[in-house]
Ligand binder design. Structure first.
Ligand code: ZN
Length: 312
């Protein structure tokens, strides 16, 4: 633990994450402008400048192949097929920008994970967290397993051995759990409403929340279960999926966590990791409806504030 070391915060965003045509599809509950809204808000409140936002290249085919099968990679290159996988309007004329937006957002996850590890910092990607995607299939609006690709990339580069995935999206992080089902160097922790898969693995913890969990139940379950994980598993890096869908205003999730409770959650996770000196990459994951962006603005704004820069 190093309580005095400032936590440098890095931000990854590029306009290509936002593909406006998605708004014409069936994902009407998803605010596709969310990354831009959060970015603009942080700049407007002088918590960040435009120059603070770093850009990363889109994922390459070789990076996709770290997790996905050749047949699946070929399939998602067809815009119509990809749109179908993502449950988008099949009547819309999708083009290659649909995949590009996902490849850029996923590239940001790889870059954030690498920078967090290299600098021993907190690196935030304003996208990514597609935690239902699997080697050969898309699920739950997720087509590219960006977090798993980042982990495989950095492990393959010899930059790390042990990774903790902290998934607080309101839905089960089944994609990452399944991809790493046979890898005890990757601990998959997920706090969610209903299970999407079952795993028999030492380094996996699925915590089920009661229906309509409020602040007390939600934060209690998190506090009771995440700290013990860090007692027994010492990761070189943590990837935090800071999904906003436990928020009470979320249009898909049925949890009842207040806006303040969501920030309390994010501060708790960040503090727990930083007090142990664990570098962390943060990705956005799910969150639905017009107020979802505020959860990230609150969290990232806090990270960038002077209080957080003195964070343990
Ligand atoms: Zn979700």
């Amino acid at each position: 633990m190093n309580a005095q070391r400032p936590a440098k915060v890095r931000l990854f965003y590029r306009d290509e994450y936002v593909y406006d045509a998605l708004e014409e599809g069936l994902r009407h509950t998803f605010d596709i402008q969310r990354p831009r809204r959060v970015r603009d808000s942080l700049v407007a409140s002088a918590l960040a400048t435009p120059a603070d936002f770093l850009t990363a290249p889109a994922l390459s085919d070789a990076q996709l192949a770290l997790v996905h099968t050749p047949d699946y990679i070929a399939a998602i290159k067809n815009p119509g097929t990809l749109a179908r996988y993502l449950l988008l309007d099949p009547n819309h004329r999708w083009d290659e920008r649909l995949l590009q937006s996902l490849l850029f957002a996923s590239g940001g996850t790889v870059a954030a994970a690498r920078m967090a590890l290299t600098e021993h910092s907190i690196a935030v990607n304003f996208g990514g967290g597609f935690h239902h995607a699997q080697a050969d299939k898309a699920e739950g609006f997720c087509a590219i397993a960006d977090v798993a690709i980042a982990v495989r990339q950095l492990c393959g580069d010899g930059q790390l051995e042990r990774v903790l995935i902290v998934d607080l999206d309101y839905h089960h992080g089944n994609g990452n759990a399944l991809i790493f089902a046979g890898d005890e160097n990757v601990f998959t922790y997920s706090l969610h409403n209903t299970p999407w898969c079952f795993l028999e693995k030492e380094h996996n913890l699925d915590v089920m929340l009661p229906q309509r969990a409020g602040d007390t139940e939600y934060l209690g379950a998190l506090r009771d279960t995440l700290a013990p994980v860090l007692e027994r598993f010492c990761p070189d890096l943590a990837v935090y999926l800071a999904g906003a869908d436990p928020f009470l205003e979320d249009l898909l999730g049925d949890a009842r966590v207040s806006e303040q409770g969501m920030l309390e959650r994010d501060r708790f996770v960040t503090g727990l990791l930083r007090e142990r000196g664990i570098p962390m990459a943060v990705v956005m994951a799910g969150g639905y409806g017009p107020s979802s962006w505020r959860i990230y603005r609150n969290y990232f704004g806090w990270l960038l504030s002077s209080a957080a820069s003195r964070l343990a």
